[in-house]
Design a protein around this ligand. Structure first.
Ligand code: 13P
Ligand code: SF4
Length: 319
């Protein structure tokens, strides 16, 4: 604990010295969430992280999260320095959607509007018409459908399928998944519901359809927080990364939150409700990158203007 206190003090000092601000995702370690908030940054979902990074005056952004979040920040503010605690922190959706294959898939469907999830590389974004995150995907696809568009969706098949069920849009899918949410199990969730019959179930839409079917509220990390505050219940079962529990408990004292069941325990399942890439973010690395300027995100400048278009569309749609 003494070392943590020292590291936090050092980060507070460095943030000031370097005119930097910290932007953290809800899935990273509670220390990094609290520190971001305390020092004038934010902890939020991927949509609001992008907007905050774009709008903040600081010349240096420290993004605690995964690579696509740092890249999005850089695309929106190429003149800023964007530092990440660990450049190897990526995402199974980003890894599972390489640009060459994705481009070929788009070429096969020239009549479709290309809608991609934020959890993708800069090159994939540069091939897209629209970017979405889980907090705005439903509204954007609904608007596109109403305007007569047929959709090519990538990369998360569970989120895509959920949106298709909700909107009735004509969609073809890339076959990607989040290794964390893909592990939630409906059968075990039903059993847990029986143990806690009063509990409401909150589910992130990257989860399988049979898990979503058991939900009282489905939505992004910020939608899950909102539902926990607003739903008339004292107990909740939460199907998303367990990093989320920190904010849920902090904002809802007196309410009880249970983790939704996954395929196994930490000995048998590779992600067990905590993203291994989000877990790579730590205090020591934040201090180190602020001190040395290491781990600056680089996005090919040739990609930036085109990759920015779908992000700008999303931010304008949700403004
Ligand atoms: P949110 O957009 O809900 O923050 O989700 C990002 C993410 O990586 C979910 O796994
Ligand atoms: Fe990607 Fe899933 Fe990790 Fe989010 S939780 S960053 S979608 S692997």
């Amino acid at each position: 604990p003494a070392e943590r206190v020292q590291l936090k003090d050092k980060i507070r000092r460095l943030l000031k010295e370097k005119n930097a601000v910290m932007v953290s995702h809800y899935y990273v370690h509670p220390d990094l969430q609290d520190l971001a908030e305390e020092t004038g940054g934010i902890v939020s979902d991927s949509l609001e992280m992008a907007r905050f990074g774009r709008d903040h005056a600081a010349q240096t952004l420290v993004v605690s999260g995964v690579k696509f979040m740092g890249e999005t920040a850089k695309i929106l503010s190429p003149e800023k320095t964007v530092l990440m605690p660990d450049l190897d922190a990526t995402c199974s959706l980003d890894l599972g959607c390489p640009i060459d294959e994705f481009s070929a898939f788009c070429d096969q469907h020239p009549d479709r509007t290309v809608v991609v999830y934020a959890n993708t590389s800069a090159a994939v974004k540069a091939r897209a018409d629209w970017l979405v995150t889980s907090s705005c995907a439903l509204d954007i696809v609904r608007a596109l459908k109403d305007a007569g568009h047929k959709i090519l969706w990538a990369p998360d098949r569970h989120l895509g399928d959920y949106i298709r069920r909700e909107t009735g849009a004509d969609m073809v899918f890339w076959n990607g998944a989040c290794i964390v949410h893909d592990e939630f199990k409906a059968l075990e969730l039903e059993l847990l519901k029986k143990e806690h019959p009063q509990a409401k179930v909150l589910v992130h839409p990257e989860s399988p359809a049979d898990v979503i079917a058991l939900a009282d509220a489905v939505g992004s990390t910020s939608a899950i927080l909102k539902a926990a505050r607003e739903l008339d219940a004292r107990e909740f079962i939460v199907a998303t990364d367990k990093g989320m529990m920190h904010k849920l408990r902090q904002l809802n004292p007196g309410k009880t939150f249970y983790e939704a069941p996954t395929a196994g325990n930490s000995a048998t399942c590779k992600s067990c409700a905590h993203c291994p890439w989000m877990a790579m973010n730590g205090l020591a690395d934040v201090a180190r990158v602020l001190e040395t300027g290491a781990n600056a995100i680089h996005v090919d400048p040739a990609l930036i203007p085109r990759a920015r278009q779908p992000i700008d569309r999303m931010l304008a749609f949700t403004a």
